[in-house]
Design a protein around this ligand. Structure first.
Ligand SMILES: C[S@@+](CC[C@H](N)C(=O)[O-])C[C@H]1O[C@@H](n2cnc3c(N)ncnc32)[C@H](O)[C@@H]1O
Length: 233
């Protein structure tokens, strides 16, 4: 029988074809701005060229498109377990970008090799979260940067947060379901946010592993969070 992680990966295989369209419609195109901002803030912080960048849970390659556009002379690798998502990424990205099938918990890279590791809307889907965060720490160089963009759980909701939550819980699954013809996959989104960590809990975990959070930001009714953290030990 398939386990929870396999089912999540199968779900992305199933929705891969319409994933980009659904993202653009459901986020009113704001998701592209959040990825861009995450990349620009990170590059400003690191302030170097010739970087080794890996994008974990790269999906259809939207985060990589930003690394390609804004970093200079970088070597970029995308990793994702869903072959259908990777196949779409392959069509969108320049040939020199290497893409490999794999999971966040075991990255096929030696220790201390990477300048930037990004994961956009991916970490919430990783069942073995602690193993993955430790793996990110292992492959990053000393002072390397971890970039996490994710929908995080909220502690207390004000009125604007409540409206945003209503949208993700009740409107988004219907529209996402129509576009992807997979209602369950878009019902999974709010459920998985609810099962995930708050920004503070994620930050605490990162500190325990040996990251120093340099930048954190919340977007749109505290729905989405950006964490940029540095490997310090
Ligand atoms: C919501 S998509 C995000 C894709 C892309 N990063 C983006 O910004 O659009 C989540 C991705 O996480 C991948 N994923 C699921 N489980 C994973 C795991 N255990 N390790 C790494 N990636 C995983 C899925 O295959 C999917 O491509």
């Amino acid at each position: 029988m398939k386990n929870k992680q396999d089912n999540i990966i199968d779900m992305f295989d199933d929705i891969a074809k319409n994933y980009d369209l659904a993202n653009r419609v459901l986020s009113f195109n704001i998701d592209t701005k959040w990825r861009k901002e995450a990349c620009l803030k990170t590059l400003k912080l690191i302030n170097k060229d010739n970087l080794k960048i890996i994008d974990v849970a790269c999906g259809t390659g939207d985060m990589i498109l930003n690394w390609v556009k804004f970093s200079r002379n970088s070597k970029i690798l995308g990793i994702d377990p869903s072959i259908n998502m990777l196949n779409i990424a392959k069509k969108k990205l320049p040939d020199e970008i290497k893409l490999i099938q794999g999971e966040a918990k075991s990255i096929a890279i030696d220790d201390n090799m990477v300048d930037i590791l990004s994961i956009a809307y991916g970490i919430r889907n990783v069942v073995e979260l602690d193993s993955a965060l430790n793996e990110f720490h292992r492959v990053l160089k000393h002072n390397g940067i971890l970039v996490i963009l994710e929908f995080t759980k909220k502690n207390n909701e004000n009125i604007v947060d409540k409206i945003a939550s209503f949208y993700t819980k009740h409107v988004l699954p219907v529209i996402g379901g129509l576009i992807s013809k997979n209602y369950k996959a878009y019902k999974y989104l709010p459920d998985s946010i609810n099962d995930f960590l708050t920004l503070e809990e994620l930050e605490y975990k990162l500190k325990k592993i040996g990251f120093l959070v340099k930048i954190k930001k919340r977007y749109i009714a505290n729905l989405c969070s950006l964490i940029i953290a540095q490997k310090t030990n």
